[in-house]
Ligand binder design. Structure first.
Ligand SMILES: Nc1ncnc2c1ncn2[C@@H]1O[C@H](COP(=O)(O)OP(=O)(O)OP(=O)(O)O)[C@@H](O)[C@H]1O
Ligand SMILES: [Mg+2]
Length: 503
């Protein structure tokens, strides 16, 4: 990064209990050591790991602001301690200290937060993926129709990939029909659409209208020829090619289903107009199989999926997060609400998107944006048992080449993947009471010399620090993160260089 001349203000006041007063000198750290590097923050619970992260985030933000460089920082906030003021800690949330440069996401509505949930009507593939994973783990999935929903794919056909326009049009029509059926399932599951989303659009060919039958058509006195029959059917059932509300679409699907059951609807080539998947979806919409057996898919999915859906949600949260990082913002993803699986899949989806974009930049020989990631409980993401080819380990391992730095916290350094631990450039080690954990750390640099101190010194915030550019481990008392002080420093930071150096 081009901000190498700027120093961190992790000022380290020595702790009177552990280090003699005459050693009481401020310590500063070079930000170059952190960007595109791995930093491990190790220590037992309540020894000051999160405090270290807060200080680091604020310092990086201040340095970047001074240097007029965009550094996006992304915090996966498992406990909600970075995003929310905590009474116990004098409201020491980052959001308070860095003001408008902090963007917060949450899985529940809250003033000042963006919605982490998807809008299922917009975010079709992500929503479908969630819905299918929920269905896969539910006993309701054994029904043949539920299996059709599990098989459903909603990838919009790309025109450029079709040489033949007619084939593209046909693929697009099939896609639109499936999307309409899928949205009808969402609607029947009780997912509230926003005003904009209360609309489906698909095509029913004239040949299909002509075959529509049922009592609602019997009042036609003038249906002696095909065109008037088509026109009448269109008038009675509506024409979704101009768009119709979800409620009307459900009514239309009801007619289509009963017509199809009576006599299979055929397309212009004489083939079934509804394929197996579409018939399965149609049955799910009305909660009944072809054989008349009750299907409880929408009843089961409704409550489960509702927790993941928000009409005010984005169509692509990971993309939005990435964009804010490119803009140099601090993005805090508050994962303290929602289920374990929501947490996992949301953070994974965002991390995966970042990795993908970074790889794209590299493939196109563009400089990727500078991004710092902060993760807690790191042993779950980059642990011994994690496959090194999956998202989190890849970000940790290959991040350096992609301008991505990672700060990871854990109480169990021995559970971190040995390959990642061995490639960690910066260490912050507070108190560890377990011989095995102390030994793990002792294998790096001159940490062995600090073995007893690590094991015995329980002072909160007292940390042994080894950074890339420093030759030795330095025992240091990290300052307590105080939002009011940080805010003053941050607000006063002025760009010294008018040129935006990165983005
Ligand atoms: N350097 C420090 N000086 C003074 N107080 C501190 C310092 N670091 C942390 N604290 C205080 O100690 C408490 C625990 O700190 P923190 O939450 O950072 O610990 P942690 O190691 O992240 O804990 P956990 O493992 O539970 O996440 C907080 O109340 C915090 O304000
Ligand atoms: Mg913590």
């Amino acid at each position: 990064m081009r901000a190498s001349s700027q120093n961190f203000s992790i000022i380290l006041s020595t702790n009177p209990n552990q280090v003699a007063q005459h050693n009481n000198a401020p310590v500063q750290i070079n930000p170059m050591d952190f960007l595109a590097r791995r930093t491990g923050v190790f220590g037992m619970t309540r020894t000051g790991k999160s405090n270290t992260v807060k200080t680091t985030v604020a310092s990086v933000a201040t340095v970047a602001k001074k240097a007029n460089v965009h550094v996006g920082q992304l915090i996966f906030d498992i406990k909600g301690e970075y995003a929310n003021a905590n009474g116990k800690d004098d409201g020491s949330s980052l959001a308070e200290a860095l003001g408008a440069d902090v963007i917060r996401y949450r899985g529940l509505e809250k003033v000042g937060f963006r919605d982490l949930r998807d809008n299922f009507y917009k975010s079709l593939t992500a929503g479908l993926f969630t819905l299918q994973s929920l269905l896969e783990s539910d006993p309701a999935n054994t029904a043949a129709d539920a299996q059709q929903l599990i098989k459903l794919e909603l990838n919009e056909p790309e025109q450029a990939k079709f040489e033949d326009q007619q084939r593209y049009q046909a693929a697009k029509k099939r896609y639109d029909k499936k999307v309409a059926l899928y949205k009808a399932i969402l609607f029947r599951s009780g997912l509230q659409p926003s005003r904009d989303d209360d609309n489906v659009r698909f095509e029913i060919g004239q040949v299909v209208y002509k075959q529509m039958h049922g009592t609602r058509l019997s009042d036609c006195t003038d249906c002696t020829n095909d065109p008037s029959r088509v026109a009448h059917a269109q008038q009675v059932f509506g024409d979704p090619s101009n768009g119709m509300t979800l409620e009307d679409a459900v009514e239309l699907f009801k007619e289509i289903r009963s017509a199809n059951k009576e006599r299979e609807l055929k397309n212009s080539q004489g083939k079934p107009w509804l394929d197996d998947i579409e018939r399965g979806l149609l049955n799910i919409v009305f909660g009944q199989s072809d054989g008349g057996v009750n299907l409880r898919v929408t009843r089961v999915l409704g409550p489960a999926v509702k927790a993941w859906h928000s009409p005010s949600g984005s169509d692509n949260v990971p993309r939005d997060v990435y964009q804010e990082l490119v803009n140099g913002k601090v993005v805090i993803v508050d994962l303290s609400v929602g289920t374990e699986s929501t947490r996992k899949s949301k953070s994974e989806a965002i991390a995966k998107y970042l990795l993908g974009r970074a790889l794209d930049s590299m493939a196109n020989e563009q400089e990727p944006p500078i991004i710092m990631l902060y993760v807690e409980e790191a042993h779950n993401l980059i642990g011994k048992d994690n496959d090194l080819d999956t998202t989190w380990p890849r970000l940790a391992k290959e991040g350096a080449a992609m301008n991505i730095g990672m700060v990871y916290c854990t109480q169990e350094p021995s559970s971190v993947h040995p390959n990642i631990l061995a490639n960690t450039e910066n260490f912050f080690v507070t108190h560890l009471n377990n011989e095995h954990e102390v030994k793990t750390i002792g294998a790096y640099y001159d940490f062995l010399d600090f073995k007893d101190l690590i094991k015995n010194a329980q002072d909160v915030g007292f940390s042994r620090i080894k950074t890339l550019s420093s030759n030795f481990v330095v025992p240091t008392q990290i300052l307590r993160f105080t939002p009011a002080d940080v805010k003053k420093i941050y607000d006063a930071a002025n760009p010294t260089d008018g040129q935006r150096a990165a983005g």
